[in-house]
Design a protein around this ligand. Structure first.
Ligand code: CA
Length: 734
């Protein structure tokens, strides 16, 4: 019923706009309503609570609490929950998107920024749009060719494409209506986050601070694609105005928080807005979550500065509030001044009313649980800090703030002389969305147990030239050797939990520990349930009050993405994406119980009584046998390890142990041949697959040293009993 009502209302309202004040013709419009596709606008999203059978925007509503008022699936019925349909995407790799459902149609993205429109009732494909991201552009990403979703507005579907385009598609056909390049494509910018729409604007950020860029957000007109306003998150390196909305506050405040020299003046300084963007309907402002510094190492990035407070590097690692219409600065809160630990503040933000006003009156607050391990509650109107409490293990601060709301750092985390900082760059909580249940009052956070990291600041790292540009020694973070029992050791570093956080009491209500990190985003429902996928490939429902595990289903691939829910013809559905990929999976291949295969991304949709079958996982059929005799010596292995850690491990896995998503170099015929290896690594003959040539960054000797290191890793696996000894072993050993 809501569908028809809203369709007529929208048809009517657009007719009135089109016809101005000519009232005489309105009856005709009501008599013959065309059924518009994706008829969603700002008012409809504002009233999302009135139609919980939809999921109109990335976070479920403008407040992005990811709580649904649907309750048909609840503690009493969940045992009957089963798979109803499965949609197979065109390509494998990480699946991170939250689908949007409007009037029976699901709009969602898979890897490589491919957009799918699917019948939400059956999973039947309506259209697919492939923006054809090149392999070369794919190589610019820090963290796999992922995408977290679309925005839908007034017959259009908006997607941020990995190579920096923002595109408006016809929601009925998937045809491109307009396409804007939003970044300088000669630089390592990418887009993985979902755009958001408010009023007549669509806003998008970007990524790339690991490789060296300057962050910003841009708002475009939804109809024409014309640029409306832009706000940079860090100053222009020459501290001159950009002609952007950030100019005024840079002159007043931010320019003075940076020195005049250092890597930030050439590499952009970072501060990318790669995930959280929230439209605050009450204060008519946009909140953006700002990322880490580029390079990470503050003494390389801004060497004139120190941690005394005069060189905070605004607006790195901050929540920023901007006027929605003009993009003008409103307020900011910087959780990590002068970031040097990759502590982005890009994690999801949500807006709720909590009884934190005078005498327990409702107070509208922003909540965020970013990488640095603190749960923040901030007044949405003016940015006043209400509370900041560690929600996970952390050792970079004393756990307390000073009277100005600044974290009190421990000296070791400033000096970084071999100190294992917790959390490390994976963060205590990353992008995986959290949810908030207004009945329990809890926020459900998918946390990572603080994987420690040694940020090694030495002379070599200052001058290192690698695809990742952090200013730290990437090799120091890991054991230089592949020690006996590496897999077991790596697994001991891994871990996560589902934390039900009480934001009023500022303490956890319950915690469900989990053996692995980087588990999926959460969905909260009026059925008193919390849904979450995990790294083991299970999709689980927990009791929202107690954390008791009440139902689970094994998926094919993991479910890092957040689930969502909708209703059609009186039946509640729950959908979640599955796939193998994203950076944690690829770099921590060694932490998996066994390698995985390249499954396509999938949308898996459940309902009560659903009885569809999931496909069986593909078998991992790789011959884990070295393909050549051991080559090299300790010196070349050491050099190879160093260059591998700097350039290769982010996709091919720490210790050269692949998760299986990308070929394991240790068992590859490519690494067996010096010539083929050089043609791939130096000349880039697999460019189209995303494996670009590295001749600009590493020389021929280093390229060969990496090969020797990889082969040594294969032979160490044999020695440790993790691989087969080949026939040639005997010959080579003589
Ligand atoms: Ca980062």
């Amino acid at each position: 019923m809501t569908y028809l009502k809203s369709a007529i209302a929208v048809a009517l309202s657009s007719f009135l706009i089109a016809c101005g004040s000519d009232q005489s013709a309105t009856n005709e419009a009501v008599e013959a309503p065309s059924v518009p596709v994706a008829a969603v606008d700002t008012d409809r999203i504002k009233n999302a609570a009135a139609e919980p059978e939809m999921w109109l925007t990335y976070g479920g509503s403008y407040d992005e609490t990811r709580h649904s008022q649907l309750g048909q699936i609840n503690g009493d019925t969940v045992q009957n929950l089963g798979v109803d349909w499965v949609f197979e995407m065109d390509k494998p790799r990480g699946a991170e998107a939250t689908p949007v459902v409007v009037d029976g149609v699901m709009y969602v993205t898979g890897s490589w920024s491919i957009v799918y429109a699917v019948d939400a009732r059956t999973g039947e494909e309506l259209w697919t749009y492939d923006p054809k991201v090149s392999g070369e552009d794919a190589a610019k990403g820090c963290c796999d060719v992922v995408n977290r979703g679309v925005a839908v507005h007034n017959g259009k579907v908006f997607v941020g494409v990995f190579d920096g385009r923002l595109e408006a598609l016809d929601a009925a056909t998937g045809d491109v209506l307009w396409s804007n390049v939003t970044v300088d494509q000669s630089k390592p910018y990418t887009i993985t986050g979902a755009p958001r729409v408010f009023k007549d604007k669509v806003i998008v950020g970007n990524s790339g601070a690991e490789l060296g860029v300057r962050g910003y957000v841009t708002a475009y007109n939804v109809e024409t694609g014309d640029l409306e306003w832009r706000f940079y998150t860090v100053p222009n390196p020459n501290k001159e105005p950009d002609g952007a909305m950030s100019d005024a506050i840079f002159a007043e405040l931010a320019n003075d928080s940076w020195g005049d020299t250092g890597a930030w003046t050439t590499d952009g300084g970072g501060g990318t807005v790669w995930d959280s963007i929230v439209y605050d309907t009450v204060n008519d402002q946009v909140l953006i979550g700002v990322g880490n510094g580029s390079p990470w190492n503050a003494s390389v990035r801004d060497p004139e500065g120190d941690f005394g407070g005069d060189y905070d590097n605004l607006f790195l690692s901050s929540i920023l509030a901007l006027d929605a219409d003009t993009g003008a600065y409103r307020w900011h809160y910087q959780g990590t001044p002068r970031d040097q630990w990759d502590f982005t503040a890009t994690a999801q933000m949500m807006l709720v009313d909590l009884p934190l006003g005078e005498d327990g009156a409702p107070r509208r607050v922003v909540m965020q649980a970013p990488k640095n391990g603190f749960f923040y509650v901030v007044d949405a109107a003016d940015g006043e800090l209400i509370s900041a409490t560690p929600f996970a293990q952390q050792n970079w601060t004393t756990g307390e703030l000073d009277e100005n709301g600044r974290p009190i750092l421990v000296q070791e985390a400033i000096d970084l002389n071999g100190y294992a900082v917790m959390p490390g760059p994976t963060g205590a909580h990353n992008w995986h969305p959290m949810s908030y249940n207004p009945d329990t009052g809890f926020v459900y956070i998918p946390t990572n147990v603080a994987l420690p990291y040694v940020y090694a600041s030495n002379e070599a790292s200052r001058n290192a030239k690698s695809i990742w540009n952090t200013g730290y020694d990437a090799g120091m973070a890991w054991a230089y050797e592949y020690p006996k029992g590496t897999i077991a050791y790596t697994q001991t570093l891994d871990g996560g939990s589902l934390v039900a956080w009480d934001p009023v009491a500022a303490e956890p209500a319950w915690i469900v520990p989990f053996p692995q990190a980087f588990n999926g985003g959460t969905l909260s429902t009026d059925g008193g349930l919390v849904f979450q996928g995990n790294k083991r490939g299970e999709f689980v429902a927990y009791d929202a009050s107690t954390g008791e595990r009440v139902w689970s289903q094994r998926l094919v691939g993991d479910a890092a993405a957040a689930p969502m829910t909708y209703e059609l013809d009186g039946e509640q559905y729950v959908s979640v994406l599955s796939g193998w990929g994203n950076v944690s999976m690829m770099i921590y291949g060694a932490a998996l119980e066994k390698p995985v295969t390249q499954e396509p991304g999938r949308i898996v949709t459940f309902k009560l009584g659903g009885d569809a079958e999931l496909p069986s996982p593909l078998e991992y059929l790789v011959d884990e046998t070295p393909k050549t005799a051991l080559v090299g010596d300790p010196e070349s292995w050491q050099l190879g390890m160093q260059r591998f850690a700097e350039n290769c491990q982010f996709c091919h896995g720490a210790y050269a142990i692949s998760s299986g998503v990308i070929p394991d170099l240790r068992w590859s015929d490519v690494s067996a041949s010096e010539e083929i290896w050089a043609s791939v690594v130096r000349d880039g003959i697999l460019n189209d697959n995303g494996m670009v040539g590295f001749s600009d960054i590493i020389n021929d000797d280093e390229i060969e040293a990496i090969r020797k290191y990889v082969i040594r890793q294969a032979w160490l696996a044999v020695e440790n009993g993790n691989a087969q000894a080949p026939e040639l072993a005997a010959a080579a050993g003589e």
